[in-house]
Design a protein around this ligand. Structure first.
Ligand code: HPA
Length: 275
């Protein structure tokens, strides 16, 4: 079987399983980043699946990322929330790192809300700030569309000029400011991880125009954009990036900041689902 045939077959199995078990015509797909997985519990009367029970779905091993797909009606919309993602650094496999996004597309999702925890490169910003992603830089050295193109999803050479929807960004910024929440806007840069960046890498990232550093989101955004979906990207600054302050970084710090900002992030996610 070619790579494309195998991917098609796997997606067919995954989608058939989800459809048969009550996941029908989702409009919005939400991918929850570190520390935000609890948001999925807001869906009333949900259909819940552990990734382990979904054919071909890869569960990540990072402890906070539970690996649960939740479907239900939320704020009057049919929403699929993915609590837990499989990261590129877990296996150097872009197909696995983007499979969940492929599933959302194949289920019929038209709007993606992709969230993450990120290191703050912009020295004018602070830990706890939320950034709407205006654009990204893919420093992973890889691309989830490498290999046979699935023409039914999108073109071989997809344009990336308007990946993160400007109109939705503007609306979301206005709505958030009405609630007293200021949203930053900037460029997300994907490093592979799992080691955090060096101070020199962060200086490089800043020089070439990045505001935030992270280890996710880009594979999913490339897949969603390929398929013509609208994308809202939201990064939570969980720490100042390496070298911005004269102190080490830690995963605990990231989780603590994510916990601290949970309410604000939840409000912005609600607004993003409403627009
Ligand atoms: N770098 C990369 N990924 C991250 C960071 C960081 O500083 N913080 C949270 N995720």
């Amino acid at each position: 079987m070619t790579g494309a045939e195998e991917l098609r077959k796997n997606l067919k199995e995954t989608v058939a399983f989800l459809n048969e078990n009550g996941v029908k015509d989702p409009e919005i797909g939400v991918i929850l980043g570190s520390g935000l997985n609890g948001f999925a519990e807001r869906i009333a009367d949900p259909v819940v699946f552990s990734y382990d029970d979904i054919p071909n779905m890869q569960a990540g091993k990072v402890s906070d990322h539970r690996g649960v797909l939740v479907f239900g009606e939320y704020h009057g919309k049919r929403v699929v929330m993915l609590a837990g993602r499989f990261h590129y650094y877990e296996s150097l496999d872009m197909q696995k790192a983007s499979y969940a996004a492929r599933v959302l597309v194949a289920l019929g999702v038209k709007r993606f809300i992709i969230t993450n925890a990120a290191g703050c490169i912009n020295t004018g910003w602070n830990v706890g700030d939320l950034m709407l992603i205006r654009d990204h830089i893919n420093l992973s050295g890889n691309n989830p569309l490498i290999g046979d193109n699935l023409d039914e999803f999108g073109p071989r050479f997809p344009d990336m000029t308007y990946t993160y929807n400007a109109e939705l960004r503007k609306k979301l910024k206005t709505k958030a400011s009405e609630k007293g929440i200021g949203l930053r806007e900037g460029v997300y840069m994907m490093f592979t991880g799992p080691s955090f960046e060096t101070p020199a890498e962060i200086r490089f990232a800043r020089t070439i125009g990045a505001d935030a550093a992270g280890m996710s989101t880009v594979p999913e955004a490339i897949i969603a954009n390929h398929a013509g979906c609208e994308i809202i990207g939201i990064s939570l600054m969980t720490n100042m990036a390496a070298g911005v302050l004269d102190q080490p970084l830690s995963g605990e710090e990231v989780n603590a900041a994510a916990a601290e900002a949970r309410d604000k992030f939840g409000t912005v996610l609600d607004l993003a689902i409403d627009i």
